[in-house]
Design a protein around this ligand. Sequence first.
Ligand SMILES: [Zn+2]
Ligand SMILES: [Zn+2]
Length: 451
Amino acid sequence: MPGMFNADVLTGTRRLFYAVTPNETSFERLEDVPDYFYEAIPFFGLMSLIEMIVTISDKKVRERFFLADSISSLSAGMLLLLTAFLAYGVNIGMYVWVHEHYRLATLPWNSPWTWVICFVLVDFGYYWMHRMTHEVNIFWAAHQVHHSSEEYNLTTALRQSICQRFVSWMFYLPLALAIPPPMFMMHQQFNTLYQFWIHTRAIKSLGPLEYILNTPSHHRVHHGRNRYCIDKNYAGTLIIWDRMFGTFEPESDPVVFGLVHPLESFNPLYTQYCHFKYIVETAWNMPGLTNKLWVFLKGPGWTPGLPRQGSIKDIPDIHYPMPKYRPKLPRWIFAYIIAHFAINFIVYDAFMTSRTTLSPTATFCSMAYIILTLTCLGAIGDAKPAAPFLEVVRSCLVLVAEAIASSYLPIMQRGSSQWVFYLLRAAFGLSIVVWLPRCVSVLTQRKNKAE
Ligand SMILES: [Zn+2]
Ligand SMILES: [Zn+2]
């Protein structure tokens, strides 16, 4: 996989707004389509950083940013790309199979008309896919990850479900009857990229563009838990689909963001599986086989006796200001989270760019380190009593791995990378020093409680 720093600043920025030409984004072969999403990561980071600085430098809106929440969102995005290989076969693989065996026509891969038709159809497919992920409970179990933040900023855009792609491909399959796979694969990526910049509270309205495009204002409504926001504005790029199919709602009362029943967790793994667990438990306790089935297939708010999508009266009232989930954390914790997230991101980038050449052991160790680190940082953000123990275990594991790596790579061969080994030892040695006394403190508190 090529690196993430392939695009120049202007090109990378244009791509986030779908401001690309058919000429530069049409390809004959699937393998020639760039990984636009991966190449956009530096621009996601830069724009998120600018938004964060602007937000926290303004006292009136400073509370809109919470580091643990943003780290949790970024973690979900990283897990999505980390596990992309699991879904490649079902997503583009099924599309290619249908196109090769059942296509009714072959639109030319280099025609601007094919480009425009595909743009519209991918967006149409996205509308229905997105609507179904809200209206069918088992699909919602995947999609609720994206709505699980109580904040609304650019990092929220990266909070994505690992499982959603296992169902989303079905909604685009009719396109395979005529549209070449490289064109579809390109537009599907840009449709997703476009939705990054609309996750912001910094832009109020875009005037006449609000009639046609999905905008920050429209998408804020989609992320709201106010009654008027529920099941509205499913658009990807064009808001016209919501206007056509009766799901459009303009922004009015101040939007309160997040799930109707907030998760109150920054654990990136729990966020991914919690609603699946809830559905299985609900179905298990539901009387009657048909009702058990409807728990999976009707809306998330359905119970026997209610319409398919549940009752809007069951949506809790909004009282301003609504309290948010904000565990109390000492200030140094934020610096610690940033430092260890940065180290993790360096490992992540190195892994993503070289994973096709890595041995199975190296692949397993890298993925385990990345997932364990993101889970531990979530536990720290949640102020979980287990967090100090997890951090000590994680730091010990890294030091052991570093010692093993050192023994395989004699000092003479390390050359200029020797400082990396010293840095790792210092960072994780310091972590153990920081967290060990807190482990003792948690154990002492437990002992005192028990007495
Ligand atoms: Zn949604
Ligand atoms: Zn969104």
